[in-house]
Design a protein around this ligand. Structure first.
Ligand SMILES: [Ca+2]
Ligand SMILES: [Ca+2]
Length: 463
């Protein structure tokens, strides 16, 4: 290498070091209830709007998370609410069920919202919750906005002015009583027994179902599932069972391709992952037994979702692993005295020509997690708040994960993964949960990240 060559290399290295890592823009929102609802809805001119329902306090971020929200206090006795355009002016209204009254809050410009009672109806929603919760109330029939309100006898569609638009009685299907709000009871189950950490798990004591007769539509098509991840125990046991019992995810990111990737954890250690790819996606095809391949590390599949790191339309895989301490007494003592321990995240792209995921990782990153995170017997520990998301809206997935109790980082895949995150943030309190608001940025279509602590909500976007 010539002297100029060396100087150029040094210069590039220096620029590279400077471009490593940027801080997220963080909007901090204090919550009265740590389990406040956060969701996206269509705002002005159908651009996405963040809505936070915190007890009876409703905040609408009509100009993005960095601008002050419009705040409404819902009336006492409110049980269900929806945010949607009910009068075709391109501006959403808030519809609230308060006992037998249906209320509406309407906005115009920056003046405080006007509040009116639209009409009265003995809807089963009036006693459906001890606190208001978000529910789809506003729907469209033949391009007209109507309020869909279940009563004991029928699903009724009302115009916002209080005219009955249509009435669909509950089918008499032998469940006697049709639709009643008290036909089952459910309670949240924590810690999770079947789902992944952070998912809401409900225990139902009994269920009854009723469908409104003849809504004028064909029965909805069976939902096309993109994965079947099962419980952690099922994934553990799968390797010893026939292929149809294995959990799986879709190989393609577009909806209608049948190819499936079946996976299991390799006994007896269950720290490595086995994959078998079935192009027909048909478990009966297991007779022809797709080849079984082994990958070092435990597959991470947050919410049953896989990433497409290079935006080629094929699901890639991401695994976590951790070095074991040596077997000598000194090595074990040294490990026990550490406060944190390394976690390695590796990515294997799907190799289209070879019809399998690359056996060698095409990228890896490492961070140190508190030792306590390894002791939790949950699937995915010690990778906390792990999500695949698209922070820049370019269609390629990024990896987001907590790198400490008060930290969160996001890595872009660009011919590999850098050791330092592309974006990160540190918070004053411990992060306890994460939700991704898909395509929430109206300009770029990028996802926004919401992180929760016991008293705050943080909304993260890239600068
Ligand atoms: Ca891919
Ligand atoms: Ca991206």
């Amino acid at each position: 290498m010539t002297l100029t060559g060396i100087r150029e290399a040094a210069l590039i290295l220096c620029v590279g070091a400077l471009s490593l890592g940027a801080s997220f823009n963080v909007a901090e929102i204090h919550l009265d209830h740590p389990d406040a609802h956060v969701f996206l809805t269509q705002g002005i001119s159908e651009s996405p709007m963040i809505v936070i329902l915190d007890g009876y306090t409703l905040r609408l971020y009509r100009n993005g998370p960095d601008s002050p929200p419009t705040t409404i206090t819902l009336p006492p006795g409110a049980t269900a609410m929806d945010v949607s355009d009910t009068n075709d002016d391109g501006i959403p209204e808030v519809v609230v069920v308060v006992g037998t009254e249906i209320h509406r809050f309407e906005f115009s410009g920056d003046s405080p919202p006007s509040h009116a009672v639209l009409f009265s109806l003995n809807s089963v929603l009036r006693a459906s919750s001890p606190r208001p919760y978000p529910r789809v109330i506003v729907t469209r029939v033949e391009d007209t906005a109507v309020l869909a309100l279940p009563t004991a006898e029928a699903l009724e569609l009302w115009s916002p002015l209080g005219d009955l638009f249509a009435r669909h009685p509950w089918a008499d299907d032998g469940l006697d009583g049709g639709f009643t709000a008290a036909s089952f009871s459910a309670r949240a189950y924590r810690p999770n027994q079947a789902g992944q950490p952070g998912t809401l798990e409900l225990r139902l004591t009994s269920t009854a179902n009723a469908t409104p007769q003849a809504l004028g539509h064909e029965a909805p098509e069976a939902r096309l599932f993109r994965s079947r991840t099962g419980t952690p125990l099922q994934a553990r046991d799968a390797a010893l069972r026939p292929l149809p019992a294995w959990p799986w995810f879709s190989l393609h990111t577009e909806a209608d391709n049948p190819a499936r990737v079946f996976f299991a954890f390799d006994p007896p250690g269950f720290t490595d992952t086995l994959l078998r790819i079935s192009m027909a996606g048909n478990a009966a095809e297991s007779e022809s037994s797709p080849l079984r391949r082994r990958y070092a590390g435990t597959l991470v599949l947050p919410d049953g979702k896989t990433p497409d790191l290079n935006a080629d339309g094929f699901s890639d895989i991401v695994l976590w692993s951790t070095p074991r301490p040596g077997k000598s007494v000194q090595a074990l003592l040294r490990a026990a005295s550490e406060r944190d321990w390394p976690v390695r995240i590796t990515a294997h792209l799907f190799a289209v020509g070879k019809n399998r995921h690359d056996s060698r990782p095409s990228g890896s990153l490492t961070f140190r997690a508190p030792l306590a995170w390894f002791l939790k017997r949950e699937w995915g520990a010690p990778v906390r708040n792990f999500r695949f998301l698209d922070v820049d809206g370019d269609g390629a997935s990024e990896i987001g994960v907590s790198t400490g109790p008060t930290k969160f980082g996001v890595w872009r895949y660009a011919e590999g993964l850098k050791s330092a995150p592309d974006y990160d943030a540190t918070f004053p309190d411990e992060i306890t949960g994460i939700e991704i608001l898909k395509k929430a940025n109206p300009e770029t279509g990028a996802d926004l990240i919401t992180l929760r602590s016991s008293g705050n909500l943080y909304i993260l976007s890239i600068p």
